[in-house]
Design a protein around this ligand. Structure first.
Ligand SMILES: NC(=O)c1ccc[n+]([C@@H]2O[C@H](COP(=O)([O-])OP(=O)(O)OC[C@H]3O[C@@H](n4cnc5c(N)ncnc54)[C@H](OP(=O)(O)O)[C@@H]3O)[C@@H](O)[C@H]2O)c1
Length: 198
């Protein structure tokens, strides 16, 4: 059986890093691990078996998206599974939230996921196969105070994914949602503010 190629966004920390570490140990996996700063992917160096590609990717940068999709195809010949994991959290009441920070969160959580998916879909359509796994959240199913805008991003991810799933089913492409509850990752407001000041 030929190797499957997995492309994951945001593998520097949290869920993305855990997934990359899990997949890096498998000998039937080609892994495209991405991060805005690839020096944060040094943890993969111990698995230097030629099936891991580390690539620079900010999901708000269309040029970097196009480049990573091309690199994945040139290196491994396919993209079988895309995991749209990169995402930010932002805590704040509706009235007090910083508009620029919230807008940036939508750029990453919604538009980053959309742009990644739109760039990978032609590859999957051509393959007549593929799986897209989108990170939503319990926050895409239920709403709590101080998270209105985060919920907005994850509800968008939910409904975009559910509609897309029906549009691509005929090409043997599946779209899945992951809806975690609370996990102790770097997902927090300090993280978000840091990105906005970048
Ligand atoms: N932790 C939870 O409780 C929880 C619950 C439900 C859903 N989620 C979702 O799970 C996903 C992963 O989050 P996490 O909990 O693992 O948090 P995390 O540890 O903060 O990881 C977030 C990842 O996204 C990356 N990222 C941020 N902005 C980016 C951008 N513009 N382009 C590319 N990558 C970017 C970060 O990379 P940098 O190192 O470059 O910042 C980091 O690798 C998110 O979609 C989050 O909404 C988390």
């Amino acid at each position: 059986m030929s190797n499957k190629t997995w492309l994951i966004t945001g593998t520097s920390t949290g869920f993305g890093k855990s997934l990359a570490l899990f997949l890096a140990k498998k000998d039937d996996v080609n892994l495209v691990a991405t991060a805005r700063n690839t020096s944060k992917l040094d943890y993969l160096d111990e698995f230097n078996h030629g099936q891991i590609l580390k690539s620079t990717l900010d999901v708000t940068n269309q040029q970097e998206i196009d480049s990573v999709v091309k690199q994945a195809q040139d290196t491994f010949g396919s993209i079988d599974i895309l995991i749209n994991n990169a995402g930010l959290g932002y805590f704040g009441t509706f009235e007090e939230s910083n508009r620029a920070a919230v807008k940036y969160m939508f750029d990453v959580n919604v538009w980053g996921l959309v742009d990644m998916t739109r760039s990978v879909l032609p590859v999957m359509r051509q393959q007549k196969a593929g799986i897209i796994i989108n990170f939503s959240s319990i926050g895409g199913l239920a709403s709590f105070p101080t998270l209105s805008f985060y919920h907005g991003t994850k509800y968008a991810v939910e409904d975009i994914s559910e509609s897309l799933a029906q549009e691509v089913a005929g090409s043997n492409i599946k779209v899945m949602l992951i809806e975690p509850s609370g996990f102790r990752t770097d997902w927090q407001v300090v993280h978000q503010i840091k990105h906005c000041q970048k």
